[in-house]
Design a protein around this ligand. Sequence first.
Ligand SMILES: Cc1ncc(COP(=O)(O)O)c(C=O)c1O
Length: 378
Amino acid sequence: MAKKTDLIPLSVPNLIGHEIKYVVDAMKSGWISAGECIRKFEKTIATYIKIENAVACQSGTAALHLALLALGVQNNDEVVISTISFIASVNPIKYVGAHPVFIDCDDSLCMDAEKLEDFIKEKCFFDGKILINKLTSRRIKAVLVVYIFGNVPNLEKILDLSKKYNFKIIEDAAEALGTYYKEGSLKGMFIGAIGDVGIFSFNANKIITTSSGGIVVSKDEKIMSKAKLLSMQSKDSSIYFIHNNIGYNYQMTNLQAAIGLAQFENLEKFIKIKNDNYKLYEEQGVKLLSFNPNIRSNKWMYSFLTSKRDEIIQHLKEHSIESRPIWKPMHLQKSYQESFCYKIEKALFYWKQIVNLPCSTNLTSENVKKTSKLVTAF
Ligand SMILES: Cc1ncc(COP(=O)(O)O)c(C=O)c1O
């Protein structure tokens, strides 16, 4: 067995920039909770994805909670989501008293837009204003699109359906900062800034990190000001402590934002490294799942298919290489076994076959070659 220091981790932060300097500067200023780095970080992310405003918060999960609340998703509404996602995409639907409806993924690993249309046509009723699930009699308020590993579904189709059937689009772009369309009808648009409201995560395993953190983004100023208010205890008057609504203590701290500002300076460099290492794995004979050719993807995480998922993960572990299966589908998780599901097939195949390989931006070419050799020889 290799020594712990030889471990090749799955996805770890790469703190090669001004992180320490910016955090120390923020500490010296005394502003460790609120502070100007937060506003600067919000503006930086917003400008990057070509919108006006963003609301930085404690985590991607908190960002999703705020996004749902700001969009007006309410008790007893339904939100359609692919069963292949991390559970943090689904739990906030429950936080607001709404219900997830699980549908299948397609070969992008994201929501199957064709099946979304079939679900609407077969199982729903549209009265010209509201889309209703015929079986549950609940309103379908929104579709929550998750960009798995930095890839995209057939978003053009989902956008068309949202116009036709009057539902909102929430983008869970937790894993996809930096992914944008370079071709097609969405050319030039950044993931996260296309639907009604979007979120990113800055958890330590993401392409850039703030240790823990997230951000809500939207072109709609009303949604943004609602999200901001909710993230700061719904304080309508800071002098007289007037709170007209239930709020949350979700605002990002100044120290987190300071890390984020330093990380952002290397974002494009990190995306290039992700793309270069993806290419290197392929050159070494590992057949990775592909990304939509119409996007410049951040290629956050690499996956390949194998009928020996658990054996390979164990084999790599014995050589001190971290790998993992994709998440157990959400409709099979204990809390969601009673939820409404529609024609889930592909998700089960991918769940049993996918292995994710090391993808950190400080991965060396020797790391990639060593991992590839073990995988291809297995
Ligand atoms: C798809 C997806 N959604 C939501 C989240 C939640 O983000 P966070 O961990 O920052 O709460 C994550 C990652 O952690 C994620 O991968």
